[in-house]
Design a protein around this ligand. Structure first.
Ligand code: SF4
Length: 377
C-alpha cells in the first residue's frame, strides 16, 4: 500500500522522504507542489529529479476524496459532499464574503457528542477522518475555487473553521497535522488566528491544543447553567461549564491577545429567555476574554426545536451587549442548499438509532422548561 501524501504535515513528509533516502529540502519542494500548486501526480513536478519521481510513483500517491455532489447557493455559498467509504459522506462549505473566503471543514463522519440542536449529532458517529481526509477538503476547495472563480489570486480561502461534521477534539491525532499544514508557509500559509477549531468542550484536549497548535478557539456554549447545558450538549455532564471556562482561560495563556468565541444557538423557549441572557452575562463577565456569537437555529424535523424569533434574539443580544459582552448575531448563509450550521449531511442515514435517544432527551428537556417560557420575551 502506498502512502497518501495528504496524510502528512511537513514534518511527516520530511520523515517519509528520509525513509526514501531524500533530503529535507525535497520534502519542502514536494509539499509546495501538492498544497500550493495543487499537483495531483508526480509527473507534473518538473523540478524534482526523475529518480525521485520514480521512487514516489512506487511508494506514494496524492489521493483526494471522491466528490459526490456540489451545490451552489444564490448567495455564492458552495457545499460539497465527499464520499469517505462504507456509505459515509462528509461535507465542506465555502462561504464567500467581501473581505474573506471561509471554508468550513468536517473532522468526523457523524459525531458522537449528540447535541440536541445539530442534525449531524442526530445521525450518530461512524468514524474519525484521517489527516489526509481532513486536509483533502481544503486541498480540493482551494484549487477548485482558484480555477472556478478565476480570480488570478494565489489564495482564495483566507479562513478555515473546523465546524463541519464532527467534534474535532475527539479526533485529535488526525486534526493536529492537518492544522499544521494549514498554517505552514509552504502549505496554505494561513495565520493562526484565521484557523478556528470549534469544540463542544473536550477539556483535556483544549489543554493539549493550547500547547501543540494554539489556533483560534470557538466553544459551543448554548446555555449559561449546567442543568440546561447537560440537555443541549451531553458532553457537559463530563466537563461542566466551570471546568470548561477554566480550560478557556488556560488556553488564552498560550494565545495571548486572543479571545474565545462562544457559540450560542438560539432555541425558541429553551435557552433564549431574558433571565438566561442575564445569567450568561454574569458568567462571561467573570474573566474569560471572549466574544459571543448568537446563531439562529436551523430547524430540521427530527429536532422538535424551533428557531427563536428575531425580536427575541435581538433582545437577548442587547442584554449581553449592555453588560459589556461583545455580541454578534450570525448571518445565515446557504439556507437554500442546507449549508447552514448544523445542517451538514442532513440526508445521510441514521446509523445508530441516536434519534430515538435524542427523542427521549427531548421529552425530558421539554418537561423541564417552565410552561410560560415559550411566550415572547
Ligand atoms: S454541534 Fe458539533 S459536537 Fe455537537 S453534535 Fe453537532 S457536530 Fe457534534
Amino acid at each position: 500500500m502506498t502512502a497518501n501524501l495528504l496524510d502528512f504535515d511537513l514534518e511527516g513528509l520530511a520523515a517519509f522522504c528520509a525513509e526514501l533516502g531524500e533530503k529535507r529540502f525535497r520534502a519542502t519542494q514536494l509539499f509546495r507542489w501538492i498544497h500550493q500548486k495543487g499537483a495531483r501526480d508526480f509527473g507534473q513536478m518538473t523540478d524534482l529529479a526523475k529518480s525521485l519521481r520514480e521512487k514516489l510513483e512506487g511508494n506514494a500517491r496524492i489521493e483526494g476524496l471522491p466528490l459526490i455532489s456540489q451545490h451552489e447557493s444564490a448567495d455564492g455559498t458552495i457545499k460539497w459532499l465527499f464520499d469517505v467509504g462504507d456509505g459515509n459522506a462528509v461535507e465542506s462549505v465555502f462561504i464567500p464574503e467581501e473581505d474573506r473566503g471561509t471554508l468550513c471543514i468536517s473532522s468526523q463522519a457523524g459525531c458522537a457528542v449528540g447535541c440536541r440542536f445539530c442534525s449531524t449529532g442526530h445521525q450518530g458517529f461512524s468514524r474519525n477522518l484521517a489527516t489526509g481526509e481532513i486536509t483533502a477538503q481544503l486541498w480540493f476547495a482551494e484549487h477548485f475555487l482558484r480555477e472556478h472563480l478565476k480570480t488570478g489570486s494565489d489564495r482564495v480561502i483566507s479562513n478555515v473553521v473546523m465546524m463541519g461534521m464532527g467534534e474535532p477534539l475527539q479526533n485529535y491525532a488526525a486534526l493536529v497535522p492537518a492544522l499544521k499544514t494549514m498554517l505552514d508557509d509552504h502549505g496554505y500559509g494561513l495565520s493562526r488566528r484565521r484557523v478556528t477549531v470549534s469544540t463542544s468542550g473536550v477539556v483535556p484536549m483544549i489543554d493539549r491544543l493550547s500547547e501543540d497548535c494554539p489556533v483560534a478557539l470557538a466553544v459551543s456554549l448554548h446555555a449559561p447553567k449546567d442543568e440546561l447545558r447537560d440537555k443541549l450538549v451531553p458532553l457537559n455532564r463530563k466537563y461542566p461549564i466551570a471546568e470548561l471556562l477554566d480550560a478557556c482561560n488556560r488556553y488564552l495563556v498560550h494565545a495571548p491577545r486572543d479571545f474565545i468565541t462562544f457559540e450560542y444557538c438560539m432555541l425558541d423557549g429553551v435557552n433564549d429567555l431574558p433571565e438566561l441572557a442575564r445569567e450568561l452575562a454574569h458568567l462571561l463577565q467573570r474573566g474569560v476574554s471572549c466574544k459571543l456569537n448568537l446563531i439562529p437555529f436551523n430547524p430540521f424535523p427530527a429536532s422538535g426545536l424551533v428557531r427563536s424569533p428575531q425580536q427575541r434574539v435581538q433582545a437577548f443580544a442587547k442584554i449581553l451587549s449592555d453588560a459589556g459582552i461583545v455580541t454578534t448575531v450570525r448571518k445565515t448563509r446557504g439556507d437554500d442548499i442546507d449549508a447552514a450550521c448544523g445542517q451538514l449531511a442532513g440526508d445521510v442515514q441514521d446509523r445508530t438509532r441516536v434519534d430515538r435517544r435524542i427523542a427521549q432527551q427531548r421529552t425530558v428537556m421539554l418537561k423541564a422548561v417552565p410552561a410560560d417560557s415559550t411566550k415572547e420575551a
